[in-house]
Design a protein around this ligand. Sequence first.
Ligand SMILES: *[C@@H]1O[C@H](CO)[C@@H](O)[C@H](O)[C@H]1NC(C)=O
Ligand SMILES: *[C@@H]1O[C@H](CO)[C@@H](O)[C@H](O)[C@H]1NC(C)=O
Ligand SMILES: *[C@@H]1O[C@H](CO)[C@@H](O)[C@H](O)[C@H]1NC(C)=O
Ligand SMILES: *[C@@H]1O[C@H](CO)[C@@H](O)[C@H](O)[C@H]1NC(C)=O
Length: 446
Amino acid sequence: MCIVFFILFFAIPINLSSISRLHPLNSSKSDHQDTNFQKLNSGGPTDQHSEPVDQFPSTSPINCDRSHHNYDICSINGPTVLDPTVSTFYVTGPTNSTTLVEKVRPYPRKSENLTMARIKEITVTSGPPSPPCKVQHNVPALVFSAGGYTGNFFHEFNDGFIPLFVTVSSILPDQDFILVISKSRDWWVSKYGDLLRSFSKHPIINLDNDTATHCFPSASLGLISHGLMTIDPKLIPNPKSILHFHALLTKTFSRNHHPSMAIPPKTRPRLVLVSRSGGVGRVILNQNEVEKVAEEMGFEVKAFEPNSHTPLHKGFELIHSSHAMVGVHGAALTHSLFLRPGSVFLQVVPLGSEWVSEACFGKPAKDMGLEYMEYKIGVEESSLVEKYEKDDMVLKDPMALQKKGWSNEIMNIYLREQNVKLDLVRFREFLKRAYEKAKSFMDKEG
Ligand SMILES: *[C@@H]1O[C@H](CO)[C@@H](O)[C@H](O)[C@H]1NC(C)=O
Ligand SMILES: *[C@@H]1O[C@H](CO)[C@@H](O)[C@H](O)[C@H]1NC(C)=O
Ligand SMILES: *[C@@H]1O[C@H](CO)[C@@H](O)[C@H](O)[C@H]1NC(C)=O
Ligand SMILES: *[C@@H]1O[C@H](CO)[C@@H](O)[C@H](O)[C@H]1NC(C)=O
Protein backbone atom coordinates (compact mmCIF):
# COMPACT_ATOMS: atom_id res chain seq x y z
CA MET A 1 0.00 0.00 0.00
CA CYS A 2 0.89 3.60 -0.31
CA ILE A 3 2.21 3.65 3.19
CA VAL A 4 5.06 1.26 2.50
CA PHE A 5 7.40 3.96 1.38
CA PHE A 6 5.95 6.81 3.38
CA ILE A 7 9.03 7.46 5.47
CA LEU A 8 11.49 6.99 2.67
CA PHE A 9 9.57 9.40 0.58
CA PHE A 10 9.43 12.17 3.11
CA ALA A 11 12.85 11.63 4.54
CA ILE A 12 14.64 11.93 1.21
CA PRO A 13 13.19 14.63 -1.01
CA ILE A 14 12.79 13.38 -4.52
CA ASN A 15 15.57 14.39 -6.80
CA LEU A 16 13.81 16.57 -9.29
CA SER A 17 16.88 16.97 -11.41
CA SER A 18 16.01 17.17 -15.01
CA ILE A 19 16.05 14.39 -17.48
CA SER A 20 18.34 16.42 -19.65
CA ARG A 21 21.18 13.97 -19.31
CA LEU A 22 19.14 11.36 -20.99
CA HIS A 23 19.92 11.28 -24.63
CA PRO A 24 16.95 10.64 -26.83
CA LEU A 25 16.84 7.48 -28.81
CA ASN A 26 18.34 7.94 -32.23
CA SER A 27 15.17 7.33 -34.13
CA SER A 28 13.64 9.10 -37.06
CA LYS A 29 12.25 11.72 -34.68
CA SER A 30 15.50 12.45 -32.94
CA ASP A 31 15.87 15.90 -34.43
CA HIS A 32 12.58 16.93 -32.99
CA GLN A 33 13.48 15.49 -29.61
CA ASP A 34 16.90 17.01 -29.60
CA THR A 35 15.33 20.42 -29.99
CA ASN A 36 13.10 19.84 -27.06
CA PHE A 37 15.84 18.53 -24.88
CA GLN A 38 17.90 21.55 -25.72
CA LYS A 39 15.06 23.83 -24.78
CA LEU A 40 14.81 22.04 -21.51
CA ASN A 41 18.51 22.49 -20.94
CA SER A 42 18.60 26.16 -21.60
CA GLY A 43 17.49 27.96 -18.54
CA GLY A 44 14.36 26.06 -17.49
CA PRO A 45 13.60 25.81 -13.79
CA THR A 46 15.11 22.33 -13.76
CA ASP A 47 18.41 23.60 -15.05
CA GLN A 48 20.01 24.28 -11.72
CA HIS A 49 19.93 20.60 -10.82
CA SER A 50 21.02 19.18 -14.11
CA GLU A 51 24.40 17.69 -14.51
CA PRO A 52 26.71 18.31 -17.42
CA VAL A 53 25.03 17.15 -20.57
CA ASP A 54 28.34 16.00 -21.96
CA GLN A 55 28.87 13.30 -19.43
CA PHE A 56 27.88 10.74 -22.05
CA PRO A 57 29.38 11.35 -25.46
CA SER A 58 26.53 11.30 -27.92
CA THR A 59 28.36 8.67 -29.90
CA SER A 60 28.16 6.20 -27.05
CA PRO A 61 25.78 3.44 -28.03
CA ILE A 62 24.62 2.97 -24.43
CA ASN A 63 23.58 5.80 -22.13
CA CYS A 64 22.50 5.26 -18.55
CA ASP A 65 21.19 8.05 -16.37
CA ARG A 66 21.61 7.01 -12.75
CA SER A 67 21.26 10.45 -11.23
CA HIS A 68 17.75 10.04 -9.86
CA HIS A 69 16.59 8.97 -6.46
CA ASN A 70 13.83 6.68 -7.69
CA TYR A 71 14.95 5.23 -10.98
CA ASP A 72 17.69 4.48 -13.45
CA ILE A 73 17.06 4.68 -17.14
CA CYS A 74 19.25 3.41 -19.97
CA SER A 75 18.97 3.89 -23.67
CA ILE A 76 20.52 2.03 -26.55
CA ASN A 77 20.87 4.49 -29.36
CA GLY A 78 21.14 2.08 -32.23
CA PRO A 79 20.37 -1.43 -33.41
CA THR A 80 20.23 -4.03 -30.69
CA VAL A 81 19.42 -7.71 -30.25
CA LEU A 82 17.59 -8.95 -27.17
CA ASP A 83 18.28 -12.46 -25.97
CA PRO A 84 15.55 -12.98 -23.34
CA THR A 85 17.08 -16.23 -22.11
CA VAL A 86 20.00 -14.29 -20.63
CA SER A 87 18.11 -10.98 -20.12
CA THR A 88 20.64 -9.19 -22.29
CA PHE A 89 20.52 -6.54 -24.96
CA TYR A 90 23.50 -6.66 -27.35
CA VAL A 91 24.40 -3.53 -29.24
CA THR A 92 24.91 -4.45 -32.88
CA GLY A 93 25.68 -1.11 -34.48
CA PRO A 94 29.20 0.05 -35.29
CA THR A 95 31.21 -0.13 -32.09
CA ASN A 96 34.90 -0.07 -31.33
CA SER A 97 36.62 -2.81 -29.41
CA THR A 98 35.79 -1.36 -25.99
CA THR A 99 33.30 -3.52 -24.17
CA LEU A 100 30.59 -1.58 -22.39
CA VAL A 101 28.40 -3.32 -19.86
CA GLU A 102 25.52 -1.71 -17.98
CA LYS A 103 23.03 -3.36 -15.71
CA VAL A 104 19.63 -1.96 -14.89
CA ARG A 105 16.56 -3.00 -12.91
CA PRO A 106 13.72 -1.29 -14.75
CA TYR A 107 11.42 -0.40 -11.84
CA PRO A 108 11.11 3.05 -10.23
CA ARG A 109 11.91 2.05 -6.64
CA LYS A 110 15.66 2.32 -6.78
CA SER A 111 16.05 3.38 -3.16
CA GLU A 112 14.32 0.28 -1.80
CA ASN A 113 16.87 -2.49 -1.83
CA LEU A 114 14.50 -5.25 -0.80
CA THR A 115 12.00 -4.36 -3.48
CA MET A 116 14.66 -4.00 -6.13
CA ALA A 117 16.22 -7.33 -5.25
CA ARG A 118 13.07 -8.96 -6.63
CA ILE A 119 13.20 -7.04 -9.92
CA LYS A 120 14.91 -8.80 -12.80
CA GLU A 121 18.22 -7.23 -13.73
CA ILE A 122 18.80 -6.60 -17.42
CA THR A 123 22.23 -6.38 -18.99
CA VAL A 124 23.06 -4.05 -21.83
CA THR A 125 26.35 -4.66 -23.55
CA SER A 126 28.39 -3.67 -26.55
CA GLY A 127 31.42 -5.60 -27.60
CA PRO A 128 30.55 -9.28 -27.36
CA PRO A 129 29.21 -10.59 -30.66
CA SER A 130 25.44 -10.66 -30.56
CA PRO A 131 23.40 -13.77 -31.28
CA PRO A 132 21.61 -13.87 -34.64
CA CYS A 133 18.27 -12.13 -34.85
CA LYS A 134 15.21 -14.34 -34.97
CA VAL A 135 12.42 -11.74 -34.93
CA GLN A 136 13.02 -8.39 -36.58
CA HIS A 137 11.07 -5.37 -35.26
CA ASN A 138 11.17 -1.96 -36.86
CA VAL A 139 10.18 0.11 -33.82
CA PRO A 140 12.06 0.65 -30.53
CA ALA A 141 11.67 -1.48 -27.41
CA LEU A 142 10.55 -0.05 -24.08
CA VAL A 143 11.54 -2.32 -21.22
CA PHE A 144 10.16 -2.39 -17.68
CA SER A 145 9.09 -4.68 -14.86
CA ALA A 146 5.51 -5.21 -13.72
CA GLY A 147 6.79 -6.88 -10.55
CA GLY A 148 7.49 -5.06 -7.31
CA TYR A 149 4.31 -3.81 -5.70
CA THR A 150 2.13 -4.90 -8.59
CA GLY A 151 -0.93 -6.54 -7.06
CA ASN A 152 -1.84 -3.40 -5.14
CA PHE A 153 -4.11 -1.10 -7.09
CA PHE A 154 -2.42 2.09 -5.91
CA HIS A 155 1.00 0.83 -6.92
CA GLU A 156 -0.15 -0.49 -10.27
CA PHE A 157 -0.70 3.17 -11.14
CA ASN A 158 1.90 4.85 -8.95
CA ASP A 159 4.81 2.58 -9.93
CA GLY A 160 3.42 1.30 -13.21
CA PHE A 161 1.12 3.22 -15.50
CA ILE A 162 1.88 6.75 -14.38
CA PRO A 163 5.67 6.25 -14.75
CA LEU A 164 5.00 4.47 -18.06
CA PHE A 165 3.06 7.52 -19.23
CA VAL A 166 5.81 9.86 -18.03
CA THR A 167 8.49 7.77 -19.74
CA VAL A 168 6.69 7.56 -23.05
CA SER A 169 5.86 11.28 -22.95
CA SER A 170 9.48 12.10 -22.15
CA ILE A 171 11.45 9.91 -24.51
CA LEU A 172 9.08 8.35 -27.05
CA PRO A 173 6.44 11.01 -27.66
CA ASP A 174 4.11 10.19 -30.55
CA GLN A 175 6.22 7.18 -31.45
CA ASP A 176 5.40 3.58 -31.96
CA PHE A 177 7.22 1.10 -29.75
CA ILE A 178 7.06 -2.43 -28.39
CA LEU A 179 6.65 -3.22 -24.71
CA VAL A 180 9.15 -5.70 -23.34
CA ILE A 181 8.02 -6.62 -19.85
CA SER A 182 9.27 -8.69 -16.98
CA LYS A 183 6.60 -10.16 -14.68
CA SER A 184 3.99 -9.65 -17.35
CA ARG A 185 1.60 -12.00 -15.63
CA ASP A 186 -1.64 -13.18 -17.23
CA TRP A 187 -3.96 -11.56 -14.67
CA TRP A 188 -2.17 -8.24 -15.05
CA VAL A 189 -2.22 -8.32 -18.84
CA SER A 190 -5.88 -9.17 -18.82
CA LYS A 191 -6.80 -6.54 -16.22
CA TYR A 192 -4.86 -3.79 -17.97
CA GLY A 193 -5.12 -5.01 -21.57
CA ASP A 194 -7.14 -2.01 -22.75
CA LEU A 195 -4.72 0.41 -21.19
CA LEU A 196 -1.62 -1.45 -22.39
CA ARG A 197 -2.99 -1.37 -25.95
CA SER A 198 -3.42 2.39 -25.65
CA PHE A 199 0.33 2.59 -25.24
CA SER A 200 1.33 0.01 -27.83
CA LYS A 201 -0.67 -2.12 -30.23
CA HIS A 202 2.15 -4.65 -30.58
CA PRO A 203 2.06 -7.92 -28.68
CA ILE A 204 4.03 -7.71 -25.42
CA ILE A 205 7.37 -9.48 -25.38
CA ASN A 206 7.59 -11.47 -22.17
CA LEU A 207 11.09 -11.22 -20.78
CA ASP A 208 10.62 -14.16 -18.44
CA ASN A 209 9.79 -16.96 -20.82
CA ASP A 210 10.37 -15.83 -24.41
CA THR A 211 13.12 -17.85 -26.03
CA ALA A 212 13.50 -16.14 -29.42
CA THR A 213 15.98 -13.35 -30.04
CA HIS A 214 14.40 -10.05 -31.04
CA CYS A 215 16.05 -7.10 -32.72
CA PHE A 216 15.08 -3.47 -32.50
CA PRO A 217 16.36 -0.26 -34.06
CA SER A 218 16.88 1.09 -30.51
CA ALA A 219 15.71 0.46 -26.96
CA SER A 220 15.00 2.16 -23.69
CA LEU A 221 15.10 0.43 -20.30
CA GLY A 222 13.46 1.69 -17.14
CA LEU A 223 10.59 3.92 -16.08
CA ILE A 224 10.82 7.57 -15.09
CA SER A 225 8.97 8.51 -11.91
CA HIS A 226 8.23 12.09 -10.83
CA GLY A 227 7.17 11.05 -7.32
CA LEU A 228 3.94 9.91 -5.73
CA MET A 229 1.10 9.89 -8.27
CA THR A 230 2.79 12.84 -9.90
CA ILE A 231 3.35 13.98 -13.44
CA ASP A 232 5.44 17.14 -13.43
CA PRO A 233 4.97 18.97 -16.74
CA LYS A 234 8.17 20.94 -16.15
CA LEU A 235 10.20 17.74 -16.47
CA ILE A 236 8.72 16.65 -19.79
CA PRO A 237 9.99 18.23 -23.02
CA ASN A 238 6.47 18.43 -24.51
CA PRO A 239 4.74 19.13 -21.22
CA LYS A 240 2.15 16.63 -20.10
CA SER A 241 0.22 16.62 -16.84
CA ILE A 242 -1.94 14.21 -14.87
CA LEU A 243 -4.84 15.63 -16.89
CA HIS A 244 -3.32 14.16 -20.03
CA PHE A 245 -3.11 10.83 -18.24
CA HIS A 246 -6.76 11.17 -17.29
CA ALA A 247 -7.57 11.93 -20.93
CA LEU A 248 -5.75 8.76 -21.97
CA LEU A 249 -7.86 6.73 -19.52
CA THR A 250 -11.02 8.34 -20.85
CA LYS A 251 -10.05 7.63 -24.43
CA THR A 252 -9.12 4.05 -23.58
CA PHE A 253 -12.35 3.15 -21.83
CA SER A 254 -14.70 5.13 -24.06
CA ARG A 255 -13.26 3.56 -27.15
CA ASN A 256 -13.40 0.00 -25.99
CA HIS A 257 -16.70 -0.01 -24.16
CA HIS A 258 -18.76 2.55 -25.92
CA PRO A 259 -22.29 1.14 -25.65
CA SER A 260 -22.41 1.06 -21.87
CA MET A 261 -21.04 4.60 -21.64
CA ALA A 262 -24.46 5.87 -22.66
CA ILE A 263 -26.05 6.85 -19.36
CA PRO A 264 -29.58 8.13 -18.93
CA PRO A 265 -29.85 11.82 -18.02
CA LYS A 266 -29.39 12.43 -14.33
CA THR A 267 -31.69 14.21 -12.01
CA ARG A 268 -29.60 13.90 -8.87
CA PRO A 269 -25.83 14.06 -8.51
CA ARG A 270 -24.38 10.60 -8.05
CA LEU A 271 -22.11 9.87 -5.10
CA VAL A 272 -19.90 6.79 -5.27
CA LEU A 273 -19.23 5.43 -1.82
CA VAL A 274 -16.08 3.33 -1.98
CA SER A 275 -16.51 0.69 0.65
CA ARG A 276 -14.28 -1.87 2.27
CA SER A 277 -15.06 -4.92 4.29
CA GLY A 278 -13.50 -7.80 6.08
CA GLY A 279 -10.57 -7.53 8.41
CA VAL A 280 -8.26 -5.15 6.56
CA GLY A 281 -9.21 -2.01 8.45
CA ARG A 282 -10.70 1.31 7.49
CA VAL A 283 -14.23 0.01 7.22
CA ILE A 284 -17.03 2.56 7.67
CA LEU A 285 -18.85 0.79 10.49
CA ASN A 286 -22.02 2.82 10.07
CA GLN A 287 -22.04 2.80 6.30
CA ASN A 288 -25.80 2.21 6.05
CA GLU A 289 -26.50 5.33 8.08
CA VAL A 290 -23.98 7.30 6.06
CA GLU A 291 -25.68 6.23 2.85
CA LYS A 292 -29.02 7.27 4.28
CA VAL A 293 -27.73 10.72 5.20
CA ALA A 294 -26.22 11.18 1.74
CA GLU A 295 -29.54 10.26 0.16
CA GLU A 296 -31.34 12.70 2.41
CA MET A 297 -28.91 15.37 1.21
CA GLY A 298 -30.08 14.72 -2.34
CA PHE A 299 -27.44 12.32 -3.66
CA GLU A 300 -28.06 9.16 -5.59
CA VAL A 301 -25.69 6.84 -3.72
CA LYS A 302 -23.84 3.93 -5.30
CA ALA A 303 -21.78 1.72 -3.04
CA PHE A 304 -18.69 0.44 -4.84
CA GLU A 305 -16.52 -2.28 -3.39
CA PRO A 306 -13.87 -3.10 -5.96
CA ASN A 307 -11.79 -6.25 -5.69
CA SER A 308 -8.99 -7.67 -7.79
CA HIS A 309 -11.50 -9.13 -10.24
CA THR A 310 -13.45 -5.93 -10.84
CA PRO A 311 -12.92 -5.05 -14.51
CA LEU A 312 -11.26 -1.69 -14.80
CA HIS A 313 -13.77 -0.38 -17.32
CA LYS A 314 -16.66 -1.09 -14.93
CA GLY A 315 -15.12 1.09 -12.24
CA PHE A 316 -14.28 3.68 -14.84
CA GLU A 317 -17.82 3.84 -16.24
CA LEU A 318 -19.38 4.21 -12.81
CA ILE A 319 -16.96 6.79 -11.48
CA HIS A 320 -16.52 8.78 -14.64
CA SER A 321 -20.28 9.22 -14.94
CA SER A 322 -20.65 10.25 -11.28
CA HIS A 323 -20.27 13.65 -9.62
CA ALA A 324 -18.74 12.79 -6.28
CA MET A 325 -16.82 10.04 -4.57
CA VAL A 326 -16.22 9.37 -0.89
CA GLY A 327 -14.12 6.75 0.86
CA VAL A 328 -11.66 6.09 3.65
CA HIS A 329 -7.95 6.39 2.83
CA GLY A 330 -6.79 3.24 1.04
CA ALA A 331 -5.71 1.81 -2.27
CA ALA A 332 -9.24 1.77 -3.71
CA LEU A 333 -9.24 5.58 -3.64
CA THR A 334 -6.86 5.32 -6.59
CA HIS A 335 -10.15 5.19 -8.48
CA SER A 336 -10.25 8.96 -7.95
CA LEU A 337 -8.09 9.02 -11.11
CA PHE A 338 -11.31 8.09 -12.93
CA LEU A 339 -13.29 11.11 -11.68
CA ARG A 340 -13.89 13.91 -14.11
CA PRO A 341 -11.96 17.09 -13.27
CA GLY A 342 -14.34 19.38 -11.40
CA SER A 343 -16.15 16.59 -9.58
CA VAL A 344 -15.98 16.14 -5.82
CA PHE A 345 -13.62 13.80 -4.01
CA LEU A 346 -14.08 13.49 -0.26
CA GLN A 347 -11.41 11.53 1.56
CA VAL A 348 -12.09 10.31 5.07
CA VAL A 349 -8.80 10.45 6.94
CA PRO A 350 -8.42 8.02 9.85
CA LEU A 351 -6.41 8.92 12.96
CA GLY A 352 -2.69 9.09 12.33
CA SER A 353 -3.00 9.00 8.53
CA GLU A 354 -2.88 12.69 7.67
CA TRP A 355 0.42 12.77 5.83
CA VAL A 356 -0.09 9.67 3.84
CA SER A 357 -3.65 10.66 2.90
CA GLU A 358 -2.45 14.00 1.60
CA ALA A 359 0.53 12.57 -0.27
CA CYS A 360 -1.19 9.60 -1.89
CA PHE A 361 -4.56 11.10 -2.74
CA GLY A 362 -4.97 14.71 -1.60
CA LYS A 363 -2.24 16.33 -3.64
CA PRO A 364 -2.89 14.22 -6.76
CA ALA A 365 -6.61 15.11 -6.52
CA LYS A 366 -5.79 18.81 -6.49
CA ASP A 367 -3.37 18.36 -9.41
CA MET A 368 -6.20 16.75 -11.31
CA GLY A 369 -8.56 19.65 -10.68
CA LEU A 370 -10.95 17.73 -8.46
CA GLU A 371 -12.96 19.51 -5.78
CA TYR A 372 -11.01 17.84 -3.02
CA MET A 373 -12.39 17.67 0.52
CA GLU A 374 -10.91 16.02 3.55
CA TYR A 375 -12.83 14.73 6.54
CA LYS A 376 -10.40 14.10 9.39
CA ILE A 377 -12.07 11.89 11.94
CA GLY A 378 -12.06 12.74 15.62
CA VAL A 379 -10.76 10.33 18.24
CA GLU A 380 -14.27 9.30 19.18
CA GLU A 381 -14.96 8.25 15.57
CA SER A 382 -12.07 5.79 15.57
CA SER A 383 -12.46 2.15 16.56
CA LEU A 384 -9.09 2.50 18.27
CA VAL A 385 -10.85 4.05 21.28
CA GLU A 386 -12.00 0.55 22.16
CA LYS A 387 -8.44 -0.80 22.23
CA TYR A 388 -6.40 1.98 23.74
CA GLU A 389 -6.71 4.12 26.85
CA LYS A 390 -7.73 7.72 26.31
CA ASP A 391 -4.29 9.01 27.28
CA ASP A 392 -2.37 6.45 25.21
CA MET A 393 -0.05 8.12 22.70
CA VAL A 394 -1.75 6.11 19.95
CA LEU A 395 -4.84 8.27 20.41
CA LYS A 396 -3.41 11.36 22.01
CA ASP A 397 -0.56 12.17 19.65
CA PRO A 398 -0.24 9.93 16.58
CA MET A 399 2.21 12.30 14.91
CA ALA A 400 4.61 12.21 17.86
CA LEU A 401 4.47 8.44 17.82
CA GLN A 402 5.31 8.42 14.13
CA LYS A 403 8.31 10.69 14.49
CA LYS A 404 10.21 7.63 15.64
CA GLY A 405 9.48 6.01 12.32
CA TRP A 406 6.61 4.45 10.44
CA SER A 407 7.24 0.85 11.50
CA ASN A 408 5.08 -2.07 10.48
CA GLU A 409 3.71 -2.05 13.98
CA ILE A 410 2.53 1.54 13.69
CA MET A 411 1.18 0.97 10.23
CA ASN A 412 -0.80 -1.99 11.51
CA ILE A 413 -2.34 0.11 14.26
CA TYR A 414 -3.45 3.01 12.12
CA LEU A 415 -4.24 1.29 8.86
CA ARG A 416 -5.11 -2.31 9.60
CA GLU A 417 -6.66 -2.18 13.07
CA GLN A 418 -8.55 1.02 12.65
CA ASN A 419 -12.14 1.29 11.48
CA VAL A 420 -14.24 4.42 11.51
CA LYS A 421 -17.70 5.24 12.77
CA LEU A 422 -18.55 8.61 11.30
CA ASP A 423 -20.20 11.27 13.45
CA LEU A 424 -23.34 11.73 11.39
CA VAL A 425 -24.00 15.26 12.59
CA ARG A 426 -20.57 16.46 11.61
CA PHE A 427 -20.35 14.38 8.45
CA ARG A 428 -23.73 15.71 7.30
CA GLU A 429 -22.22 19.20 7.09
CA PHE A 430 -19.45 17.89 4.81
CA LEU A 431 -21.95 16.04 2.66
CA LYS A 432 -24.00 19.18 2.37
CA ARG A 433 -21.07 21.12 0.95
CA ALA A 434 -20.12 18.16 -1.23
CA TYR A 435 -23.68 18.07 -2.54
CA GLU A 436 -23.66 21.72 -3.51
CA LYS A 437 -20.42 21.33 -5.42
CA ALA A 438 -21.52 18.08 -7.05
CA LYS A 439 -24.84 19.60 -8.05
CA SER A 440 -23.23 22.58 -9.71
CA PHE A 441 -20.77 20.25 -11.46
CA MET A 442 -23.68 18.15 -12.73
CA ASP A 443 -25.55 21.24 -13.93
CA LYS A 444 -22.47 22.30 -15.89
CA GLU A 445 -21.10 18.99 -17.13
CA GLY A 446 -23.98 16.55 -17.04
C1 LIG B 1 22.29 10.04 -33.96
O1 LIG B 1 21.75 10.93 -34.87
C2 LIG B 1 22.56 12.05 -35.13
C3 LIG B 1 21.80 13.03 -36.00
O2 LIG B 1 20.59 12.50 -36.44
C4 LIG B 1 23.88 11.60 -35.74
O3 LIG B 1 24.72 12.71 -35.99
C5 LIG B 1 24.56 10.64 -34.79
O4 LIG B 1 25.74 10.12 -35.37
C6 LIG B 1 23.64 9.49 -34.43
N1 LIG B 1 24.27 8.69 -33.39
C7 LIG B 1 24.26 7.37 -33.42
C8 LIG B 1 24.91 6.69 -32.27
O5 LIG B 1 23.76 6.72 -34.31
C1 LIG C 1 35.35 3.44 -27.85
O1 LIG C 1 34.07 3.93 -27.50
C2 LIG C 1 33.97 4.41 -26.20
C3 LIG C 1 32.55 4.81 -25.93
O2 LIG C 1 31.77 4.64 -27.05
C4 LIG C 1 34.92 5.56 -26.00
O3 LIG C 1 34.84 6.01 -24.66
C5 LIG C 1 36.31 5.11 -26.31
O4 LIG C 1 37.18 6.22 -26.24
C6 LIG C 1 36.40 4.51 -27.70
N1 LIG C 1 37.72 3.96 -27.90
C7 LIG C 1 38.40 4.12 -29.02
C8 LIG C 1 39.75 3.49 -29.08
O5 LIG C 1 37.93 4.75 -29.97
C1 LIG D 1 21.05 -0.41 -0.47
O1 LIG D 1 22.05 -0.84 -1.36
C2 LIG D 1 23.03 0.14 -1.62
C3 LIG D 1 23.96 -0.39 -2.69
O2 LIG D 1 24.25 -1.72 -2.50
C4 LIG D 1 23.76 0.46 -0.32
O3 LIG D 1 24.72 1.45 -0.55
C5 LIG D 1 22.73 0.98 0.69
O4 LIG D 1 23.34 1.20 1.93
C6 LIG D 1 21.61 -0.01 0.86
N1 LIG D 1 20.57 0.59 1.67
C7 LIG D 1 19.98 -0.05 2.67
C8 LIG D 1 18.94 0.71 3.41
O5 LIG D 1 20.27 -1.19 2.97
C1 LIG E 1 4.87 -16.88 -20.75
O1 LIG E 1 4.25 -16.41 -19.57
C2 LIG E 1 3.03 -15.74 -19.81
C3 LIG E 1 2.57 -15.15 -18.51
O2 LIG E 1 2.52 -16.09 -17.49
C4 LIG E 1 2.04 -16.71 -20.43
O3 LIG E 1 0.83 -16.05 -20.71
C5 LIG E 1 2.60 -17.23 -21.72
O4 LIG E 1 1.73 -18.19 -22.27
C6 LIG E 1 3.97 -17.85 -21.50
N1 LIG E 1 4.55 -18.15 -22.79
C7 LIG E 1 5.21 -19.27 -22.99
C8 LIG E 1 5.79 -19.43 -24.37
O5 LIG E 1 5.33 -20.13 -22.15
